[in-house]
Design a protein around this ligand. Structure first.
Ligand code: G3H
Ligand code: 13P
Ligand code: ZN
Length: 309
């Protein structure tokens, strides 16, 4: 099976009320860990590549590794550009065979965001590629965000509807209180579910995307801390909140930090407990298994996409 777009995958996820994991990939071990988990769980999967990943691995290497994963697993895999910052990077990825791109113009004005997103949609759609855009700004590490700040930075439901109608975009990343990285909340985790419900009412049958959706499991933070390094105060989005979000149109859940934590904790443990081991296959192999375990957990216990292919 060749790479697929997310069109049909999101339609089915929306109807059945589950979400598809979009996992960031940077190297062979991460890709192999993710697709082994997806294969074992019989789950569709999105492999997403950031500009940083392209720079780190060299685009051609990532592309060929993903092609190998498709050939090896025969899974429905979407190859997606994460946070494309301008038209050029989106065009490059479309021309390189990606089946999905994100244009992230959320830092621009509403009108400029619409114009740039539409330009990408107009290039992507005739080439069979789908487009994700973003409206609103992901939160920083805040304790109690005031209503005023929420209204200024979180996604405005009426604007979301107008944005989708004017751009023809295929999915929309929304801001309801999540943020990137390991530090998402200072106090109690809190997402604006009322806002999410309003957005999904105004955009029926339309796939929404949740960025910054890592859970930052306490046991992984503990393991990272125990084996060297320290990430005090790290806190993610509780798993129950991710499950809840997928009931209201969230069909794509972005996860990067949890994979970083899983792989790093495993490698730190390995190097500390077996100092005589200097064979990279040993510690990278265990890192790959840690990624696989994490993705299996996400698919089967959080996203609900097991046995959907
Ligand atoms: O949202 C960003 C992703 O976690 C990718 O991070 O730009 O460091 O590759 P990166
Ligand atoms: P996390 O940092 O929560 O894993 O979010 C990743 C993400 O949104 C990638 O686009
Ligand atoms: Zn993101």
């Amino acid at each position: 099976m060749p790479l697929v777009t997310s069109k049909e995958l999101f339609k089915q996820a929306y109807e059945k009320g589950y979400a598809i994991g979009a996992f960031n990939v940077n190297n062979m071990e991460i890709i192999q860990g993710i697709v082994s988990a997806a294969k074992a769980e019989k789950s569709p999967i999105i492999l997403q590549v950031s500009a940083g990943a392209r720079k780190y691995a060299n685009p051609i290497y990532l592309k060929k590794l993903v092609e190998a994963a498709v050939e090896d697993t025969e899974l429905p895999i979407v190859l997606h550009l994460d946070h494309g910052e301008d038209f050029e990077i989106c065009k490059q990825c479309i021309d390189d065979g990606f089946t999905s791109v994100m244009i992230d113009a959320s830092h621009l004005s509403f009108e400029e965001n619409i114009a740039l997103t539409k330009k990408v949609v107009d290039y992507a759609h005739p080439r069979g590629v789908v487009v994700e855009a973003e409206l609103g700004k992901l939160a920083g590490v805040e304790d109690n965000i005031s209503v005023d700040i929420k209204d200024a930075t979180y996604t405005n439901p009426d604007e979301a509807k107008e944005f989708v109608e004017k751009t023809g975009v295929d999915s929309l990343a929304i801001a309801i209180g999540t943020s990137h990285g390991a530090y998402k909340f200072k106090g109690k985790p809190n997402l604006d579910f009322e806002r999410l419900k309003r957005i999904s009412e105004l955009l029926p049958e339309f796939p929404l995307v949740l960025h910054g959706a890592s859970t930052v499991l306490p046991e992984l933070v503990k393991a990272c801390n125990e084996y060297g390094g320290d990430i005090p105060g790290a806190q993610g989005v509780p798993e129950e909140m991710i499950k809840e979000a997928s009931k209201y149109g969230v069909c794509k859940v972005n996860i990067d930090t949890d994979l970083r934590l899983a792989m790093t904790a495993s490698i730190r443990q390995n190097l500390k407990e077996k100092p005589g081991n200097f064979d990279p296959r040993k510690y990278l192999g265990e890192g790959r298994s840690a990624v696989e375990k994490m993705v299996k957990h996400k698919i089967s216990n959080v996203l609900g996409s097991s046995n959907q292919i």
